[in-house]
Design a binder for this molecule. Structure first.
Ligand code: WTA
Length: 630
């Protein structure tokens, strides 16, 4: 398949994609296996919104990820699995083996009454079976909803409930670093409050002793033994749902972002091959967990569509020590390495002694994703990991965009530290001012929007289309609004500066402040809380919680510990506040709105310039909060 190889070609493709988007994307789509060709490339309206790509087309994405490659690369490794403990055995699956496993598991799903259109929740660690489960769902036309293994039983239950899942796929337990995660027990707790679930399929991973509920729970391995490795792919319409993936929003309730079969496939494949300039036989490693969009698009679907070898890593960057990433790169001769700034910053802080023992000479391209990468981290990554020979692609995108939107093309377009640089072909960014007008020209700053659909744009938020409309399409009429602020410099290069809504990026995880507040407020002694982000050297943003206690508690340390436990239980460890300040009252306006602007400043330590506090019901509360800042 062709790809962009020069800057001139990028400019030509970009022009073509803007002037004749339908012809442009039809050419890309032609390269896949379709059971039936589409009747219409695009129909759209951002007011509703309704967006349909390749209408009338029929396909199955797994035929494109697997069957299509069998003849040419059946014996090539599709997945390399690196376990949590580097001493444990590596697993490799060829395309033939992966195809057989996916088909076998598709039969398991069918045998356990899964139907096309059912929602299936997948709650697993990073094992090959997670990729197999996803692909098997897609094979039978069931909609997968993967929930990140760091979420607590309560958050898993909310997501199962929202999507109306009737089946769960999980494991007995798993290790991440030195920590044991009791997956099956967490699911058992979640199911106490999720009556819709009729079946749980458990992959035996650690042999941990777990309780199996009769007529509900079955072992993956036992079921596989009963099934053949033959399963003709279900024929799907291009606009049928492929998956739901929950992301945090401004309210406490997570949004089920919906992606569909045809457009997602075309866009993820196109961006994977172009941004990373993937060459045949190279080893690609995206360190993101498959529980997030990055793992969906660039650990599983993108690489497999392109016939690549993708590395799945079960462990953490610092186990058994902070050299684990670099050791793994040498061990598997990784050519393209894609990770998050938070990981880069923490490994930079660990020091060069963890980098020096490794050659890192297989590396050709480096990538960054999930949050702005600061210049210091960018230079460290470039110098010590890329040895100044590997282009860094700083890729900006979102769960809702499905694939990379603004990014350098490795070795083809220019990089600039801290900049996601230029839009990919097909992407028409726009910066908007507060009044809703588009800002034209360079050297400007505004809210980042996109003014024309691309094939993997969000279609709806599951079960609540209005939420999708309000969230993304109403702030700026006729535009998709990203929620990010952005600068466009004198050369027209984009630099994303961060979120403008009530979500924060903590270690690359997008968390809603309202969702964290809900979890905190579950503590029986608390009346209310307000959470804001503050800049954190390693995590990007840290979580600062202001909490109001219903009655005086003198044992502050114990209370803080209890609050942290409450958050861990109700949301997950990644949402634990870094700082907790107990306050008498929260600063509120006369209409009862919490003045977060003031809390943000206090959390940042910027207490001398709090701005106008005259609209507060009681301006004196600010003094107390300032004095008690932690
Ligand atoms: C942020 C992750 C700066 C941004 C793929 C976006 C970035 C949010 C970058 C989406 C980047 C992602 N530079 N900021 N290269 N990539 N972001 O849905 O704020 O987990 O809106 O998708 O991450 O996070 P999500």
């Amino acid at each position: 398949m062709n790809r962009i190889t020069s800057f001139e070609q990028y400019q030509q493709e970009y022009k073509h994609s803007i002037e004749t988007p339908e012809a442009f994307w039809a050419e890309k789509a032609e390269q896949f296996t379709w059971q039936k060709k589409w009747d219409k490339v695009l129909e759209w309206n951002f007011d509703e919104p309704t967006i349909k790509w390749f209408q009338g087309g029929q396909l199955n994405i797994t035929e494109n990820c697997l069957d299509r490659h069998l003849e040419t690369r059946g014996d090539q490794t599709a997945i390399i699995w690196e376990p949590n403990n580097p001493k444990d055995e590596v697993r490799k699956l060829t395309y033939k083996e992966l195809h057989a496993e996916v088909c076998r598991f598709a039969n398991v799903l069918k045998n356990n009454n899964a139907q096309k259109g059912d929602r299936i929740c997948i709650y697993m660690p990073m094992v090959p079976e997670l990729a197999i489960a996803i692909l098997a769902c897609a094979r039978i036309g069931a909609i997968h909803s993967v929930v990140f293994g760091g979420f607590s039983y309560k958050s898993v239950a909310d997501r199962i409930h929202d999507a109306g899942c009737n089946m769960i796929i999980t494991v007995d337990s798993a290790s991440r670093g030195l920590k044991e995660v009791p997956f099956k027990n967490i699911i058992d707790d979640a199911l106490q409050i999720c009556p819709s679930v009729k079946k749980v399929i458990v992959y035996k991973h650690t042999n941990e002793n777990v309780k199996m509920v009769a007529n509900r729970d079955v072992w993956w391995q036992d079921e596989m033994k009963k099934c053949s490795s033959n399963y003709p792919a279900e024929i799907m319409d291009a606009e049928d749902m492929l998956f739901i993936l929950y992301t945090s929003g401004s309210t406490g309730k997570p949004k089920g972002v919906v992606h569909t079969c045809g457009g997602y496939m075309v866009y993820v494949d196109y961006t994977f091959r172009n941004v990373f300039q993937y060459n045949d036989k190279e080893v690609f490693w995206c360190t993101a967990d498959i529980g997030w969009i990055t793992g969906h698009s660039y650990s599983v679907y993108g690489p497999l569509l392109a016939g690549a070898t993708t590395l799945l890593f079960e462990g953490t960057p610092t186990f058994p020590d902070a050299g684990r990433f670099w050791q793994t790169i040498d061990k598997h001769q990784v050519n393209i390495f894609y990770t998050a700034p938070t990981a880069i910053r923490s490994l930079e802080a660990a020091g060069l002694d963890f980098v020096k023992p490794y050659k890192l000479d297989s590396l050709r391209v480096l990538g960054s994703v999930g949050e702005p990468i600061n210049e210091v981290a960018w230079h460290w990554y470039n110098k010590y990991i890329g040895k100044e020979k590997c282009p860094i692609v700083d890729t900006w995108w979102q769960t809702e965009t499905g694939g990379i939107m603004i990014s350098p093309i490795a070795g083809v377009t220019k990089t600039k530290p801290g900049f996601a640089t230029l839009p990919l072909p097909g992407i028409q960014p726009a910066l908007m001012d507060e009044k809703g007008n588009e800002i034209i020209g360079n050297n400007v700053e505004g809210r980042l929007c996109v003014k024309f659909p691309w094939p993997s744009i969000i279609r709806t938020t599951y079960g609540d289309h209005n939420r999708c409309k309000e969230n993304y399409f109403e702030t700026f009429k006729g535009y998709y609004f990203t929620g990010d602020a952005c600068k466009r410099d004198e050369d027209g290069y984009y630099h994303i500066t961060g979120r403008v809504d009530d979500v924060i990026k903590v270690s690359g995880h997008l968390l809603g402040t309202a969702e964290i507040e809900n979890a905190i407020d579950m503590h029986p002694d608390l009346v209310e809380s307000a959470v804001v982000g503050y800049q954190h050297n390693i995590k990007g943003y840290g979580i600062y919680a202001f909490v109001v206690c219903g009655h005086e508690r003198k044992d502050t340390d114990l209370l803080i510990k209890e609050i942290i436990e409450t958050v861990t239980k109700n949301m997950g460890a990644m949402a634990r506040p870094d700082k907790i300040q107990i306050v008498k009252v929260l600063p509120k306006t006369r209409s009862g709105k919490i003045m977060r602007r003031i809390l943000r400043k206090i959390a940042e330590g910027d207490i001398h310039n709090l701005g106008d506090t005259s609209t507060l019901l009681d301006p004196s509360v600010v003094e107390d909060i300032k004095n008690g800042a932690v």
